[in-house]
Design a protein around this ligand. Structure first.
Ligand SMILES: Cc1ncc(COP(=O)(O)O)c(C=O)c1O
Length: 349
């Protein structure tokens, strides 16, 4: 049975009644005219950054809206997608009452944010081949389950989940399904953003930290229905995306060709790395990747991690994650870095 989604049943009581902070730049929106701004207690002398940034990041949102064929009302921007994820918790989860569902091994922040927000984290392991166990996930849902976090492509396993599995979750759960698409640009798969019109309970998060090469500016993007974005806007800090970030993000998004070229190089290098790993005795399994990293099962992860460190290569040992015993996660570097890495790997025995 398809269950009915009603956002009114999901929003936290305190958030429902909340009157959001209204900033100076919300109350008087500049149209570029030469005005004397005496409304925000700023220092009037021009340093290039003496004014508060646009709290609604209009120029940047207009660009994303055009790119995704959506309205700006379907977009919220944050200080990295980590902030966006936190806002989703705080908008919808009643502390010490509600629960969320995550599917380890997956991105660690969902669990940490659940802890910070005093929300129970119900875990349903991925299957042995790292697929979603949809029946088990739906089994875990109760009246207080507000969100299911689907990371696709998934970190640290690297694979993207099938459209049919995610669709089953969206159709059979009356809470919110967050699809975290941090690695979508490496996947060759269609983004779930294209399905927003058909799925009122879908929230898609993306980031400029991965394919866009801008981890340092902290810019996360949330795409959802206007109703969901309105709730998130109510609780976001007024100036959560700073001026420098907005400027650098605009520049980078406009340089779409450069981003595409870099993604192509990274994917080519990933294939070269996989080919090299395939021929090594200490490598037991290479998991298929739709991302800019590869999860690899080795004979002894601690030993290999240490050896790589001695050779001045830092990878991530993911062995403490469920189903990930003796695994290392390799992010794909530049062609030069990859070449060096392959030489180093071949010298290990
Ligand atoms: C799956 C996933 N989601 C979100 C993030 C966080 O991204 P951001 O840099 O936008 O906070 C990461 C970072 O590693 C990630 O792997």
């Amino acid at each position: 049975m398809t269950r009915v989604f009603n956002i009114e049943n999901l929003v936290r009581e305190t958030v429902k009644g909340l009157k959001p902070y209204s900033s100076a730049r919300d109350e008087y929106v500049s149209d570029g005219s030469q005005m004397i701004f005496l409304d925000a207690n700023e220092n009037p002398f021009d340093s290039g950054l003496n004014r508060y940034p646009d709290p609604q990041q209009r120029s940047l949102k207009a660009l994303f809206a055009e790119q995704k064929q959506l309205s700006e009302k379907n977009i919220l921007l944050g200080n990295g997608s980590d902030e966006v994820l936190d806002l989703i918790f705080r908008a919808f989860c009643e502390p010490a009452v509600d629960n969320i569902i995550t599917m380890p091994p997956t991105y660690g922040m969902y669990k940490v944010l659940a802890g910070i927000n005093a929300v129970e984290n119900r875990e349903v392991l991925l299957t042995l081949d790292f697929e979603l166990d949809v029946a088990q996930i739906l089994e875990k849902v109760d009246d207080r389950t507000k969100i299911i976090f689907v990371c696709s492509p998934n970190n640290p396993t690297g694979n993207a989940f099938s459209k049919s599995d995610v669709t089953r979750l969206l159709k059979n759960f009356r809470g919110i399904v967050v699809v975290d698409e941090a690695y979508i640009d490496f996947s060759g798969q269609e983004s779930w953003v294209a399905s927003l019109q058909d799925c009122p309970n879908l929230v898609v998060t993306q980031t400029m930290s991965k394919a866009y090469g801008m981890a340092g500016i902290r810019l996360g993007i949330c795409y959802a229905s206007e109703a969901i974005i309105t709730v998130l806007n109510k609780i976001k800090p007024p100036y959560n995306v700073n001026q420098l970030t907005q400027y650098q993000a605009l520049k980078r998004v406009l340089d779409e060709t450069m981003v595409q070229e870099e993604v192509e190089v990274i994917l080519k290098e990933r294939n070269l790395l996989v080919d090299a790993l395939n021929g090594l005795d200490f490598v037991k399994k290479i998991y298929p990747s739709n991302s800019n990293f590869v999860l690899v099962k080795v004979d002894d992860a601690s030993k290999r991690y240490k050896e790589l460190l001695d050779a001045q290569v830092v990878v991530r040992n993911r062995s403490n994650q469920p189903l990930c015993e003796n695994t290392l996660r390799f992010t794909v570097g530049t062609p030069e870095e990859n070449k060096k890495l392959i030489v180093i790997l071949k010298a290990l025995n």
